[in-house]
Each structure stands twice: as C-alpha cells, then as structure tokens.
Write a protein that binds this ligand. Structure first.
Ligand code: 5GP
Length: 183
C-alpha cells in the first residue's frame, strides 16, 4: 500500500499571497489542491470549480448539515469551506493535500486532524500587507476596511502555528513547503 499523503494547511492573513504560492504548487503532481466551496462572488478571472466552487447560501447550508465539510468559516462577509471527501481520497492515494484557508478554519483542521502540518505565511511587514490589500482593486472600500481589520487580528495568530514562513520570495516559500511535505 502506498504511503498516506500529508495534509498541509497553509494559512495566514488574507492578502499575504497564499494563492500565489498555491498557483505555483498546483502543477506539482505529488500535490492535490483542495478546491473550497464559497458563497462569495467570483472575481474577474476566477473559474468555477478551479478557483472555488462558487455556491449560494442554501447550498452552503446543505454542505454543513450533511457534514460534508472538514472545516468552514465566515470571512469578510462570505462563507468558505473545505470539502471532506476529495481530501480523504487524495490522502489515501498518497498525495499531499494543500489547504489554503484562513485561521479559524486552520484551527478546526488542527483539532480534527492533529497530524496536519500547520504553516503560517507571514508578510515581510504589516505595511506591505496593507498595500497589497488596498491595491488589489477588486473589493469595495467597506470590504477593504473589513479585510484590514481582520488582517490585524489574524497576524496575532501566527504563534499558534508550528511553522512560520515569511513571504519574502515566492521561490523560498515553495522550497520550504516542498521540504515540509517530504519530511
Ligand atoms: P478570498 O476571498 O481572498 O479568495 O479568500 C479569503 C480568505 O478565505 C483567504 O484567507 C483564504 O485563505 C480563505 N479561504 C479560502 N478557502 C477557504 C476554506 O475552504 N476554508 C477557510 N476556512 N478559509 C478559506
């Protein structure tokens, strides 16, 4: 039987660059990226089923009530959740599964799967994070303000994680993640 894959949780404040890291790892055949369900509207360029499963509130309620989510959380006015079945399947096929999720969800994963490798991606400075959130240009001013508030409290959660990676250079973060998966 092949070895069970590792579950890697990549978390950190919104806007820190988690999705850039994920987009680079997606092509690696030993990784399976868990496509989350969300009630938020697609941004320009996002593809349903690839970026997220974009669903409405009722369908999200359904996923919760049928216990199909490994974790879920509310973030900046929308709900996000990781769908259990494909994650279990990939792990049993020996693939390393990458969850790119916010902090509350990361805590739930750690509680139910303590073997998960918990990684916090940290910006080089708060000012840099602030600039990224403001300059993204896809959110309304109210949403930007909410995201900045959240980011402040999310930064404080770094101490809960076993691994902290500072996002100076994408290549270095990728290398660190690959070596964690191989460990
Ligand atoms: P965005 O709206 O910018 O795509 O994502 C907002 C936040 O939700 C990010 O911090 C992202 O990591 C997080 N997120 C994405 N998918 C999930 C998920 O399935 N569960 C949880 N808890 N957070 C998620």
């Amino acid at each position: 039987m092949s070895r069970r894959g590792k579950l890697i949780v990549l978390s950190g404040p919104g806007g820190v660059g988690k999705s850039t890291i994920v987009s680079k790892l997606i092509d690696n055949p030993s990784f399976y990226f868990s496509v989350s369900a969300t009630t938020r509207k697609p941004r320009l360029g996002e593809i349903d089923g690839t970026s997220y499963h974009f669903i409405d509130d009722r369908s999200f309620d359904d996923l919760i009530s049928k216990n199909l989510l490994l974790e879920w959380a509310e973030f900046a006015g929308a709900r996000y959740g990781s769908i259990k079945d494909p994650i279990d399947q990939a792990l049993s096929e020996g693939k390393n599964v990458l969850l790119e999720i916010e902090i509350q969800g990361a805590r739930q994963v750690k509680a139910s799967m303590p073997e998960a490798i918990m990684v916090f991606l940290q910006p080089p400075s708060f000012e840099e994070l602030e600039a990224r959130i403001v300059n993204r240009g896809t959110d309304s001013p109210e949403r930007i303000a909410a995201r900045l508030d959240l980011a402040r409290s999310e930064m404080a959660a770094s101490r809960e994680f076993e691994h902290i990676l500072v996002n100076h250079r994408v290549e270095d973060v990728l290398e660190a993640l690959l070596s964690l998966a191989a460990s």
